[in-house]
Design a protein around this ligand. Sequence first.
Ligand code: 13P
Ligand code: SF4
Length: 383
Amino acid sequence: MTTTTDLPLLLLGQGADPASERGVDCPGDLPPASDPALVARARAAKEALGDSVFVLGHHYQRDEVIQFADVTGDSFKLARDAAARPQAPYIVFCGVHFMAESADILTGADQKVILPDLAAGCSMADMATFDQVEDCWDALADAGIADRVVPVTYMNSSADIKGFVGRHGGVVCTSSNAKRALDWAFAQGEQVLFLPDQHLGRNTAVLEMGLSLDDCVVYNPRRPSGGLTREQLQNAKMILWQGHCSVHGRFSKAAVDEVRERVPGVNVLVHPECRHEVVNAADLVGSTEYIIKALDAAEPGSSWAIGTELNLVKRLANAHPDKNVMFLDKAVCFCSTMNRIDLPHLVWALESLVRGEVPNQITVDAETAHYAKVALDQMLALP
Ligand code: 13P
Ligand code: SF4
Protein backbone atom coordinates (compact mmCIF):
# COMPACT_ATOMS: atom_id res chain seq x y z
CA MET A 1 0.00 0.00 0.00
CA THR A 2 1.45 3.42 -0.93
CA THR A 3 1.43 6.22 1.61
CA THR A 4 -0.37 9.39 0.65
CA THR A 5 0.77 12.90 1.38
CA ASP A 6 -0.96 16.24 1.10
CA LEU A 7 -0.80 17.75 -2.37
CA PRO A 8 1.68 20.63 -2.50
CA LEU A 9 -0.11 23.94 -2.74
CA LEU A 10 0.39 25.53 -6.14
CA LEU A 11 -0.46 29.10 -6.87
CA LEU A 12 -3.17 29.14 -9.51
CA GLY A 13 -1.78 29.68 -12.99
CA GLN A 14 1.86 29.07 -12.03
CA GLY A 15 3.94 25.98 -12.47
CA ALA A 16 2.51 22.68 -13.58
CA ASP A 17 0.97 19.77 -11.75
CA PRO A 18 -0.41 17.33 -14.32
CA ALA A 19 -1.46 14.90 -11.57
CA SER A 20 -3.85 17.40 -10.06
CA GLU A 21 -6.86 19.41 -11.10
CA ARG A 22 -5.18 22.72 -10.51
CA GLY A 23 -2.33 24.99 -11.30
CA VAL A 24 -1.00 24.88 -14.85
CA ASP A 25 0.63 27.66 -16.83
CA CYS A 26 -1.50 29.67 -19.21
CA PRO A 27 0.51 29.95 -22.42
CA GLY A 28 0.13 32.86 -24.84
CA ASP A 29 -0.60 36.55 -24.55
CA LEU A 30 -3.82 37.31 -22.77
CA PRO A 31 -5.62 40.49 -23.75
CA PRO A 32 -5.70 42.90 -20.81
CA ALA A 33 -8.90 42.76 -18.78
CA SER A 34 -9.18 46.54 -19.27
CA ASP A 35 -9.44 46.26 -23.08
CA PRO A 36 -12.80 47.92 -23.88
CA ALA A 37 -13.03 45.91 -27.11
CA LEU A 38 -13.14 42.50 -25.40
CA VAL A 39 -16.85 41.92 -25.97
CA ALA A 40 -16.57 42.96 -29.62
CA ARG A 41 -13.48 40.76 -30.05
CA ALA A 42 -15.24 37.71 -28.58
CA ARG A 43 -18.27 38.32 -30.78
CA ALA A 44 -16.13 38.74 -33.91
CA ALA A 45 -14.07 35.61 -33.20
CA LYS A 46 -17.17 33.56 -32.53
CA GLU A 47 -18.79 34.80 -35.74
CA ALA A 48 -15.65 34.00 -37.73
CA LEU A 49 -15.63 30.47 -36.32
CA GLY A 50 -19.35 29.95 -37.03
CA ASP A 51 -20.55 26.37 -36.63
CA SER A 52 -17.01 25.09 -36.13
CA VAL A 53 -17.10 26.12 -32.48
CA PHE A 54 -19.55 25.03 -29.79
CA VAL A 55 -19.31 26.93 -26.50
CA LEU A 56 -20.61 25.25 -23.33
CA GLY A 57 -21.04 27.25 -20.12
CA HIS A 58 -21.66 25.99 -16.57
CA HIS A 59 -24.13 28.04 -14.51
CA TYR A 60 -21.32 29.16 -12.16
CA GLN A 61 -19.51 31.03 -14.92
CA ARG A 62 -19.28 34.81 -14.93
CA ASP A 63 -21.93 36.79 -16.88
CA GLU A 64 -19.20 38.16 -19.16
CA VAL A 65 -18.48 34.59 -20.28
CA ILE A 66 -21.94 33.02 -20.11
CA GLN A 67 -23.25 35.53 -22.69
CA PHE A 68 -21.14 33.70 -25.31
CA ALA A 69 -22.29 30.17 -24.41
CA ASP A 70 -24.33 28.28 -27.01
CA VAL A 71 -25.59 26.02 -24.22
CA THR A 72 -25.69 26.60 -20.46
CA GLY A 73 -26.37 23.96 -17.85
CA ASP A 74 -25.49 22.07 -14.73
CA SER A 75 -22.91 19.29 -14.84
CA PHE A 76 -25.45 16.70 -16.00
CA LYS A 77 -26.95 18.81 -18.77
CA LEU A 78 -23.52 19.80 -20.06
CA ALA A 79 -22.34 16.17 -20.08
CA ARG A 80 -25.45 15.23 -22.08
CA ASP A 81 -25.22 18.25 -24.41
CA ALA A 82 -21.46 17.99 -25.06
CA ALA A 83 -22.13 15.55 -27.88
CA ALA A 84 -25.00 17.63 -29.34
CA ARG A 85 -22.89 19.18 -32.12
CA PRO A 86 -20.87 16.30 -33.61
CA GLN A 87 -20.03 18.44 -36.65
CA ALA A 88 -18.24 21.13 -34.56
CA PRO A 89 -14.48 20.43 -34.49
CA TYR A 90 -13.93 22.70 -31.46
CA ILE A 91 -15.73 22.61 -28.13
CA VAL A 92 -14.80 25.48 -25.84
CA PHE A 93 -15.70 24.44 -22.31
CA CYS A 94 -16.39 27.31 -19.94
CA GLY A 95 -16.39 25.37 -16.70
CA VAL A 96 -13.75 23.42 -14.81
CA HIS A 97 -11.23 20.75 -15.74
CA PHE A 98 -13.20 17.62 -14.83
CA MET A 99 -16.12 18.84 -16.96
CA ALA A 100 -13.84 19.38 -19.96
CA GLU A 101 -12.38 15.88 -19.47
CA SER A 102 -15.88 14.40 -19.46
CA ALA A 103 -16.70 16.35 -22.63
CA ASP A 104 -13.58 14.94 -24.29
CA ILE A 105 -14.64 11.42 -23.33
CA LEU A 106 -18.22 11.88 -24.55
CA THR A 107 -17.49 13.63 -27.87
CA GLY A 108 -16.18 12.33 -31.19
CA ALA A 109 -12.54 11.45 -31.81
CA ASP A 110 -12.18 14.37 -34.25
CA GLN A 111 -13.54 16.95 -31.81
CA LYS A 112 -11.13 18.95 -29.68
CA VAL A 113 -12.14 20.21 -26.23
CA ILE A 114 -10.58 23.47 -25.08
CA LEU A 115 -10.51 24.83 -21.51
CA PRO A 116 -9.76 28.58 -21.76
CA ASP A 117 -7.70 28.56 -18.53
CA LEU A 118 -5.96 25.36 -17.45
CA ALA A 119 -5.93 26.60 -13.85
CA ALA A 120 -9.71 26.18 -13.72
CA GLY A 121 -9.65 23.01 -11.64
CA CYS A 122 -11.86 21.94 -8.76
CA SER A 123 -10.66 21.65 -5.17
CA MET A 124 -13.20 18.91 -4.48
CA ALA A 125 -11.98 16.81 -7.41
CA ASP A 126 -8.42 17.24 -6.07
CA MET A 127 -9.49 15.62 -2.79
CA ALA A 128 -9.51 12.14 -4.36
CA THR A 129 -6.40 11.05 -6.25
CA PHE A 130 -6.14 7.81 -8.19
CA ASP A 131 -3.52 6.36 -5.81
CA GLN A 132 -5.63 7.17 -2.79
CA VAL A 133 -8.67 5.49 -4.33
CA GLU A 134 -6.63 2.40 -5.18
CA ASP A 135 -5.38 2.30 -1.57
CA CYS A 136 -8.97 2.56 -0.40
CA TRP A 137 -10.00 -0.35 -2.61
CA ASP A 138 -7.14 -2.39 -1.11
CA ALA A 139 -8.46 -1.53 2.35
CA LEU A 140 -11.94 -2.71 1.32
CA ALA A 141 -10.40 -5.95 -0.01
CA ASP A 142 -8.51 -6.41 3.30
CA ALA A 143 -11.83 -6.02 5.11
CA GLY A 144 -13.30 -8.70 2.79
CA ILE A 145 -15.92 -6.41 1.24
CA ALA A 146 -14.50 -5.24 -2.12
CA ASP A 147 -16.71 -7.68 -4.04
CA ARG A 148 -19.90 -6.33 -2.50
CA VAL A 149 -19.07 -2.63 -2.74
CA VAL A 150 -20.18 -0.63 -5.79
CA PRO A 151 -18.17 2.56 -6.39
CA VAL A 152 -20.14 5.68 -7.31
CA THR A 153 -18.28 8.85 -8.20
CA TYR A 154 -19.66 12.33 -8.42
CA MET A 155 -19.04 13.99 -11.77
CA ASN A 156 -16.68 16.30 -9.84
CA SER A 157 -13.76 13.89 -10.03
CA SER A 158 -10.86 13.37 -12.41
CA ALA A 159 -11.13 11.11 -15.46
CA ASP A 160 -8.77 8.69 -13.64
CA ILE A 161 -11.29 8.22 -10.86
CA LYS A 162 -14.17 7.82 -13.31
CA GLY A 163 -12.04 5.21 -15.10
CA PHE A 164 -11.43 3.40 -11.81
CA VAL A 165 -15.17 3.38 -11.14
CA GLY A 166 -15.96 2.11 -14.65
CA ARG A 167 -13.37 -0.67 -14.24
CA HIS A 168 -15.00 -1.75 -10.97
CA GLY A 169 -18.60 -1.90 -12.20
CA GLY A 170 -19.73 1.47 -10.85
CA VAL A 171 -21.39 4.62 -12.10
CA VAL A 172 -20.88 8.39 -12.28
CA CYS A 173 -23.56 10.64 -10.84
CA THR A 174 -24.28 14.35 -10.69
CA SER A 175 -26.25 16.33 -8.15
CA SER A 176 -29.36 15.95 -10.32
CA ASN A 177 -29.34 12.15 -10.50
CA ALA A 178 -27.55 11.00 -7.32
CA LYS A 179 -30.61 9.18 -5.96
CA ARG A 180 -31.15 7.28 -9.20
CA ALA A 181 -27.45 6.38 -9.28
CA LEU A 182 -27.60 5.09 -5.69
CA ASP A 183 -30.80 3.11 -6.41
CA TRP A 184 -28.95 1.49 -9.31
CA ALA A 185 -25.81 0.87 -7.23
CA PHE A 186 -27.71 -0.79 -4.38
CA ALA A 187 -29.37 -3.07 -6.94
CA GLN A 188 -25.86 -4.21 -8.02
CA GLY A 189 -24.28 -4.65 -4.59
CA GLU A 190 -24.78 -4.28 -0.85
CA GLN A 191 -22.56 -1.30 -0.05
CA VAL A 192 -21.51 1.88 -1.85
CA LEU A 193 -18.20 3.71 -1.89
CA PHE A 194 -19.19 7.31 -2.66
CA LEU A 195 -16.48 9.61 -4.10
CA PRO A 196 -15.41 12.36 -3.51
CA ASP A 197 -18.20 14.52 -1.96
CA GLN A 198 -19.23 13.23 1.45
CA HIS A 199 -22.04 15.78 1.64
CA LEU A 200 -23.81 14.83 -1.59
CA GLY A 201 -23.44 11.16 -0.62
CA ARG A 202 -24.75 11.63 2.91
CA ASN A 203 -27.57 14.01 1.93
CA THR A 204 -28.81 11.69 -0.80
CA ALA A 205 -28.55 8.55 1.34
CA VAL A 206 -30.28 10.02 4.38
CA LEU A 207 -32.78 12.48 2.91
CA GLU A 208 -33.74 10.61 -0.25
CA MET A 209 -32.99 6.92 0.33
CA GLY A 210 -34.20 6.57 3.92
CA LEU A 211 -30.80 5.44 5.27
CA SER A 212 -29.67 6.68 8.67
CA LEU A 213 -26.58 8.67 9.59
CA ASP A 214 -25.35 5.51 11.34
CA ASP A 215 -25.41 3.69 7.98
CA CYS A 216 -22.69 6.11 6.77
CA VAL A 217 -18.99 6.15 7.64
CA VAL A 218 -16.39 8.66 6.44
CA TYR A 219 -13.22 7.28 4.88
CA ASN A 220 -10.23 9.57 5.49
CA PRO A 221 -7.70 8.95 2.68
CA ARG A 222 -4.88 10.26 4.88
CA ARG A 223 -5.23 7.55 7.49
CA PRO A 224 -4.55 3.81 7.26
CA SER A 225 -7.77 1.99 6.26
CA GLY A 226 -9.40 5.41 6.09
CA GLY A 227 -9.27 5.61 9.90
CA LEU A 228 -12.00 2.94 10.07
CA THR A 229 -12.05 -0.47 11.72
CA ARG A 230 -12.80 -3.64 9.78
CA GLU A 231 -16.23 -3.81 11.48
CA GLN A 232 -17.04 -0.21 10.59
CA LEU A 233 -16.20 -0.87 6.94
CA GLN A 234 -18.20 -4.10 6.93
CA ASN A 235 -21.29 -2.66 8.60
CA ALA A 236 -21.61 0.62 6.66
CA LYS A 237 -24.11 0.93 3.82
CA MET A 238 -22.41 4.09 2.57
CA ILE A 239 -18.64 4.55 2.72
CA LEU A 240 -18.28 8.30 2.13
CA TRP A 241 -15.00 9.74 0.89
CA GLN A 242 -13.78 12.61 3.06
CA GLY A 243 -14.05 15.29 0.40
CA HIS A 244 -16.17 18.41 0.08
CA CYS A 245 -16.75 21.53 -2.01
CA SER A 246 -14.81 24.47 -0.63
CA VAL A 247 -17.62 26.83 -1.70
CA HIS A 248 -20.77 24.95 -0.65
CA GLY A 249 -19.09 23.54 2.47
CA ARG A 250 -18.98 27.05 3.91
CA PHE A 251 -22.74 27.65 4.12
CA SER A 252 -23.82 27.39 7.74
CA LYS A 253 -26.93 26.45 9.71
CA ALA A 254 -26.51 29.77 11.55
CA ALA A 255 -27.01 31.59 8.24
CA VAL A 256 -30.26 29.67 7.65
CA ASP A 257 -31.50 30.62 11.14
CA GLU A 258 -30.44 34.23 10.63
CA VAL A 259 -32.22 34.66 7.29
CA ARG A 260 -35.41 33.03 8.62
CA GLU A 261 -35.46 35.55 11.45
CA ARG A 262 -34.65 38.51 9.21
CA VAL A 263 -36.98 37.66 6.27
CA PRO A 264 -40.33 36.22 7.35
CA GLY A 265 -41.65 33.57 4.94
CA VAL A 266 -38.30 33.20 3.15
CA ASN A 267 -37.75 30.01 1.14
CA VAL A 268 -34.30 28.55 1.77
CA LEU A 269 -33.04 26.70 -1.31
CA VAL A 270 -29.62 25.02 -1.24
CA HIS A 271 -27.37 22.80 -3.32
CA PRO A 272 -26.84 19.21 -2.04
CA GLU A 273 -23.07 19.83 -1.78
CA CYS A 274 -23.92 21.83 1.38
CA ARG A 275 -23.38 20.24 4.81
CA HIS A 276 -26.06 17.93 6.18
CA GLU A 277 -27.27 20.34 8.89
CA VAL A 278 -27.67 23.09 6.28
CA VAL A 279 -29.61 20.87 3.89
CA ASN A 280 -31.73 19.62 6.81
CA ALA A 281 -32.60 23.18 7.77
CA ALA A 282 -33.46 24.23 4.19
CA ASP A 283 -36.87 24.10 2.51
CA LEU A 284 -35.67 22.83 -0.85
CA VAL A 285 -32.52 21.10 -2.09
CA GLY A 286 -31.35 20.57 -5.65
CA SER A 287 -28.78 20.92 -8.41
CA THR A 288 -28.14 24.23 -10.12
CA GLU A 289 -30.62 23.37 -12.86
CA TYR A 290 -33.23 22.57 -10.18
CA ILE A 291 -32.52 25.89 -8.44
CA ILE A 292 -33.08 27.80 -11.69
CA LYS A 293 -36.38 26.00 -12.37
CA ALA A 294 -37.56 26.61 -8.79
CA LEU A 295 -37.00 30.35 -9.23
CA ASP A 296 -38.74 30.34 -12.63
CA ALA A 297 -41.79 28.74 -11.00
CA ALA A 298 -41.77 30.96 -7.89
CA GLU A 299 -44.60 33.40 -7.12
CA PRO A 300 -43.90 37.11 -7.72
CA GLY A 301 -43.18 38.79 -4.39
CA SER A 302 -41.79 35.60 -2.80
CA SER A 303 -38.44 35.64 -0.97
CA TRP A 304 -35.58 33.23 -1.68
CA ALA A 305 -32.29 32.72 0.18
CA ILE A 306 -30.07 30.61 -2.06
CA GLY A 307 -27.11 28.50 -1.01
CA THR A 308 -25.04 27.99 -4.11
CA GLU A 309 -22.29 29.75 -6.08
CA LEU A 310 -22.51 33.53 -6.17
CA ASN A 311 -22.38 34.08 -9.96
CA LEU A 312 -25.54 32.01 -10.33
CA VAL A 313 -27.33 33.69 -7.41
CA LYS A 314 -26.52 37.16 -8.79
CA ARG A 315 -27.82 36.12 -12.22
CA LEU A 316 -31.02 34.77 -10.67
CA ALA A 317 -31.53 38.00 -8.72
CA ASN A 318 -31.17 40.01 -11.96
CA ALA A 319 -33.46 37.66 -13.90
CA HIS A 320 -36.24 37.86 -11.25
CA PRO A 321 -36.65 41.51 -10.26
CA ASP A 322 -40.23 40.68 -9.15
CA LYS A 323 -38.87 38.27 -6.48
CA ASN A 324 -36.67 38.93 -3.48
CA VAL A 325 -33.60 36.79 -4.26
CA MET A 326 -30.66 36.85 -1.83
CA PHE A 327 -27.43 34.98 -1.14
CA LEU A 328 -27.73 32.69 1.88
CA ASP A 329 -24.44 33.37 3.65
CA LYS A 330 -22.22 36.43 3.81
CA ALA A 331 -19.14 34.27 4.52
CA VAL A 332 -19.26 32.53 1.14
CA CYS A 333 -17.85 33.89 -2.12
CA PHE A 334 -17.40 32.91 -5.75
CA CYS A 335 -15.86 29.61 -6.78
CA SER A 336 -12.36 30.89 -7.48
CA THR A 337 -11.57 28.22 -10.06
CA MET A 338 -14.82 28.66 -12.00
CA ASN A 339 -13.98 32.37 -12.01
CA ARG A 340 -10.61 31.68 -13.65
CA ILE A 341 -12.46 31.57 -16.96
CA ASP A 342 -12.91 35.26 -17.68
CA LEU A 343 -13.44 37.26 -20.85
CA PRO A 344 -9.71 37.72 -21.59
CA HIS A 345 -9.17 33.94 -21.49
CA LEU A 346 -12.25 33.31 -23.64
CA VAL A 347 -11.14 35.92 -26.21
CA TRP A 348 -7.65 34.44 -26.24
CA ALA A 349 -9.03 30.91 -26.79
CA LEU A 350 -11.43 31.96 -29.57
CA GLU A 351 -8.90 34.16 -31.37
CA SER A 352 -6.31 31.35 -31.20
CA LEU A 353 -8.82 29.07 -32.92
CA VAL A 354 -9.47 31.70 -35.60
CA ARG A 355 -5.70 31.69 -36.28
CA GLY A 356 -5.79 27.90 -36.62
CA GLU A 357 -4.09 27.27 -33.25
CA VAL A 358 -5.73 24.94 -30.72
CA PRO A 359 -4.98 26.24 -27.22
CA ASN A 360 -5.32 24.34 -23.92
CA GLN A 361 -6.70 21.16 -25.43
CA ILE A 362 -7.96 18.67 -22.83
CA THR A 363 -7.34 15.05 -23.74
CA VAL A 364 -7.89 11.88 -21.79
CA ASP A 365 -5.77 8.84 -22.69
CA ALA A 366 -7.60 6.08 -24.55
CA GLU A 367 -7.63 3.46 -21.78
CA THR A 368 -8.81 5.85 -19.06
CA ALA A 369 -11.38 7.30 -21.47
CA HIS A 370 -12.70 3.83 -22.30
CA TYR A 371 -13.44 2.90 -18.67
CA ALA A 372 -14.58 6.39 -17.70
CA LYS A 373 -17.05 6.25 -20.58
CA VAL A 374 -18.41 2.96 -19.25
CA ALA A 375 -19.27 4.75 -15.96
CA LEU A 376 -20.53 7.90 -17.72
CA ASP A 377 -22.68 5.91 -20.16
CA GLN A 378 -24.10 4.01 -17.20
CA MET A 379 -25.11 7.37 -15.70
CA LEU A 380 -26.65 8.60 -18.96
CA ALA A 381 -28.65 5.32 -19.14
CA LEU A 382 -30.05 5.56 -15.58
CA PRO A 383 -33.85 5.16 -15.60
P1 13P B 1 -24.13 20.83 -10.56
O1 13P B 1 -23.75 21.46 -11.83
O2 13P B 1 -24.29 19.34 -10.70
O3 13P B 1 -25.28 21.45 -9.88
O4 13P B 1 -22.85 20.92 -9.58
C1 13P B 1 -22.44 22.05 -9.02
C2 13P B 1 -20.98 22.17 -8.98
O5 13P B 1 -20.40 22.41 -7.96
C3 13P B 1 -20.24 22.02 -10.19
O6 13P B 1 -18.91 22.17 -9.92
FE1 SF4 C 1 -15.49 22.40 -7.38
FE2 SF4 C 1 -17.16 23.49 -5.58
FE3 SF4 C 1 -16.08 25.03 -7.47
FE4 SF4 C 1 -17.94 23.21 -8.11
S1 SF4 C 1 -18.25 25.02 -6.84
S2 SF4 C 1 -16.02 23.61 -9.21
S3 SF4 C 1 -17.45 21.58 -6.65
S4 SF4 C 1 -14.96 23.92 -5.82
